[in-house]
Design a protein around this ligand. Structure first.
Ligand code: ADP
Length: 190
């Protein structure tokens, strides 16, 4: 099973590249941001709980995220592999994911990290704000908070996978197809 963690700061292009990866390699997408937005749309209890964290650009508590991901994995029996997008976002989530996948004997093969400079991230998110309708894309203070949360809470997850020898770094600037080609080179060597 090909299980990949796609990693990077907000605005790095994880969503865009995930779409291309899952089509080419026939993987199942698990985007925790998308799942939470779906819950919000459907006004579920989980959606209501997540909303206040998301709107400010803070992380939803680990146990909530982990439960949601576990349910999604369990309901995807036909999956040939998973692409995790926006998850794990803390070392606690990474450890919980390893434990979950170890029980099923389907470990993570690789983390692919998209590296993009901060100024470019802000530009991309403010541009996306025009069409995304996302509260957390709309003002610079919220975007700055998301980038700060990324640096403080999420960046250590890269070391977690580095220690397991699974870390691959890709420069996320250039054309969408150019970046995708670099991602495919990594995947094809796994
Ligand atoms: P981004 O563009 O910031 O990468 P996402 O769509 O991945 O956006 O996530 C949007 C928001 O959803 C986050 O700011 C956070 O509040 C919440 N969220 C998504 N994934 C996680 C996660 N793995 N752990 C905690 N919170 C999460």
């Amino acid at each position: 099973m090909l299980n990949i963690v796609l990693f990077g700061p907000p605005g790095a292009g994880k969503g865009t590249q995930s779409e291309k990866i899952l089509k080419k390699y026939h993987l199942t997408h698990i985007s925790t941001g998308d799942l939470f937005r779906l819950h919000k749309q459907e006004n579920t209890e989980l959606g209501q709980l997540a909303q206040k964290y998301m709107d400010e650009g803070n992380l939803v508590p680990d146990e909530v995220v982990i439960r949601m991901v576990e349910a999604k994995i369990n309901s995807s029996q036909e999956a040939k592999g998973f692409i995790f997008d926006g998850f794990p976002r803390t070392v606690g989530q990474a450890a919980a994911l390893d434990e979950m996948l170890a029980k099923k004997n389907i470990p993570i093969k690789a983390m692919i990290a998209l590296d993009v400079e901060e100024e470019e991230l802000k530009k991309r998110i403010l541009n996306r704000a025009k069409t995304s309708g996302r509260v957390d894309d709309q003002d610079e203070e919220k975007i700055n908070n998301r980038i700060r949360v990324y640096r403080e809470e999420t960046l250590p997850v890269a070391d977690y996978y580095r220690q397991q020898g699974k870390f691959h770094d890709i420069h996320g600037i250039g054309t969408i197809d150019g970046i995708f080609d670099k991602i495919c080179e990594v995947i094809d060597q796994l």
